[in-house]
Write a protein that binds this ligand. Structure first.
Ligand code: PHE
Length: 334
């Protein structure tokens, strides 16, 4: 039995086979166990001799099985280490570097300019209360911008909406910041618009606001003109047109001269020579009052800039959709 078992053991390469061998010889119904079970039939003289022999064989086999088991595990570990080995001398693969998105390049430039003028960047919620998006901005019930066909309200609670402008950030700033205030609040806004070359249901605005003593419309124009010249080069012309917003009085829209406009066929300005980039105005006294600021003492201005338009002007991009499609052939160019 011993010879046979040892020979079988030596060629075993799997731990399951080893276990089978253990059962075959040492298990309850094993061959060696069978010998031990028959001890009773032996004579008193034979019993201790055979018993000792059988025990020796059992101990030897147990030890050999354990040893073989260890050997198998070592071989397997070796094989695994070899298979998983990393050859550090093989040259690495270059990771492809992405590009910063053109709209964010433009945003970073805009932020830098305003931060240089002492503005603080402010972040706020895209899911907004209609109270902040409209009421606190003097857009009373029935104002056309509040219409369900223009605004994404929440089905469960119509007091909640996706902000349609970054202007509620004016109110958040007035509620949280000490006077005087100078903030810039970029972010996403949402409107029920069909997608075309100049519209998207999601786009970006950059809200700017200043409140201090003796702030005038001249400060607004001077600031915006300085920013446009820094962004688009010295001598860049702007144009202010009267407009209406519930939360500013007076209100205006600002156009910036189209960059190297090709005239009639220009895809960016459609030959008009000007691109509308923002709405602005002097903060309405009612809006200041609602936020607990005395309009007799303080005044301020605000603007809301269309970030995509700024980027389109900056990089001569003709179609707004290119900004959102993330086609690498487009993005690679910046
Ligand atoms: N919120 C306005 C819009 O979305 C822009 C604006 C901002 C106008 C601040 C005046 C002051 O069109």
């Amino acid at each position: 039995i011993k010879q046979e078992a040892l020979a079988a053991l030596a060629v075993t390469k799997e731990s399951v086979d080893l276990e089978a061998l253990r059962v075959k010889y040492l298990g309850k119904k094993g061959e060696l166990t069978a010998v031990l079970k028959q001890m009773g039939k032996l004579s008193a003289e034979e019993r201790p001799v055979i018993g000792q022999l059988a025990n020796e064989v059992r101990e030897r086999l147990t030890a050999e099985i354990d040893a073989q088991k260890k050997k198998i595990e070592e071989i397997k570990l070796e094989a695994r280490l070899e298979a998983e080995a990393v050859d550090v001398t093989i040259p690495g693969q270059r990771t492809k570097l992405g590009h910063q998105h053109p709209m964010y390049i433009a945003l970073d430039e805009i932020k830098d300019i305003f931060v240089g003028m002492g503005f603080t960047i402010l972040d706020g919620p895209e899911v907004e209360l209609a109270y902040y998006n409209f009421d606190r901005l003097n857009a009373e019930e029935g104002h056309p911008s509040r219409d369900w066909s223009d605004t994404f309200y929440f089905d469960q609670d119509s007091r909640v909406m996706l902000r349609s402008q970054t202007s509620p950030m004016q109110v958040h700033a007035m509620e949280t910041k000490p006077l005087p205030i100078r903030i810039l609040a970029p972010g996403r806004v949402y409107r029920k618009d069909e997608v075309d070359a100049t519209h998207s249901p999601m786009f970006h605005q950059v809200e700017g606001m200043v409140i201090d003593k003796n702030i005038t419309m001249a400060d607004l124009k001077g600031t915006l003109n300085a920013v446009m010249e820094q962004l688009y080069g010295a001598g860049t012309k702007t144009r202010f047109r009267p407009h209406h917003f519930p939360f500013t009085e007076p209100s205006c829209e600002m156009d910036v001269q189209c960059h190297k406009c090709g005239g009639v066929g220009c895809p960016t300005c459609k030959g008009e020579g000007w691109i509308e980039v923002l709405g602005a105005g002097m903060i309405h006294p009612k809006v200041l009052e609602m936020s607990g600021i005395d309009p007799e003492v303080y005044s301020g201005w605000a603007f809301g800039m269309g970030l995509e338009r700024m980027a389109m002007r900056r990089f001569k991009i003709a179609d707004l959709r290119l900004i959102f499609e993330n086609d690498v052939r487009f993005l690679e160019q910046f």
